[in-house]
Design a protein around this ligand. Structure first.
Ligand SMILES: *Cc1c(COP(=O)(O)O)cnc(C)c1O
Length: 258
């Protein structure tokens, strides 16, 4: 799924599209060669494939690059998940993370586009991240997807072009469905989010690095609203990492043997 997403991003950026088999073979070969520096779980080897256009031409505003370089950064990293860590989200209704037609593309410019609001949220509210909700439409943060866990229902935005289609989002919804949750992929507003959280709903962020980060509070219209519990999100996270660490059966065939 990660390779398919990078191919889609390349297509949407009008870059040459990496060939699936060669790309996967390069990833596996890199992991084999890095075997000695892969730390024990829950630390990991972070893989970040990067694609850049390389045509030696100045006038690229109207002509896509016919050539590109695909390289893969690999780095040992510690556990991104910190038990009990605060995750305070500033709910931002005025600004979008990036241009709406670029939302599902994983590209560096989108992070830069969001950075001003993230830094402002940190400075003015002590927030850890920004939840982008342009015109009240709940979307995602600068680098992770968002879902509301309201009782037995998990609510998250359907796959539109405005936001990044996370592989972890997909894994979490698959596992949560098997755990008996009702999955509702539908648009929802800040007003609905606020009412649900005030009545005890949980909220989570999903992304490859931390898998699931439970949200601990929201800042909405300058007022901090605490989230009552992080229990469900933490349990779903364990169901995912148990598969990653080989502690539970991989019945979805997600693991790649190297
Ligand atoms: C990478 C990313 C995610 C999470 O995607 P995963 O495939 O789950 O790692 C979500 N939102 C944004 C903006 C991202 O860049």
């Amino acid at each position: 799924m990660n390779i398919a997403r990078m191919r889609q991003s390349a297509r949407l950026l009008h870059l040459p599209v990496p060939e699936t088999e060669a790309f996967q073979a390069a990833l596996i070969e890199l992991v084999r060669r890095a075997a000695d520096i892969i730390p024990d779980a829950p630390a990991s080897l972070y893989l970040r494939p990067t694609l850049i256009g390389t045509d030696p031409v100045i006038g690229k505003a109207a002509t896509p690059s016919a050539n590109a370089l695909l390289y893969i950064l690999a780095s040992p990293v510690g556990d991104y998940f910190k038990t009990g860590a605060p995750m305070k989200l500033l709910v931002e209704t005025e600004h979008a993370r990036c241009a709406p037609h670029m939302g599902r593309i994983k590209c560096g410019g989108n992070y830069a586009s969001a950075l001003a609001w993230v830094l402002k949220a940190k400075e003015e509210h002590g927030a850890n991240q920004v939840l982008f909700c342009p015109n009240g439409d709940v979307q995602e943060t600068a680098a992770s997807n968002f879902a509301l866990i309201n009782g037995n229902e998990i609510i998250t935005k359907p796959l539109t072009s405005e936001f990044l289609h996370g592989v972890t989002r997909d894994s979490v919804l698959t596992i949560a469905n098997d755990l008996g949750y009702t999955i509702s992929e539908r648009n929802f507003t800040v007003a609905e989010l606020k009412a649900a959280v005030e009545q005890g709903a949980e909220a989570i962020l999903t992304g490859t690095a931390a898998v699931i980060s439970p949200v601990t509070s929201f800042v909405i219209d300058g007022k901090e609203i605490p989230v009552a519990s992080t229990e469900r999100g933490t349990a779903i996270r364990k169901a995912v990492t148990d598969i990653q660490f080989g502690l539970a059966e991989d019945k979805y065939d997600w693991l790649v043997r190297v």
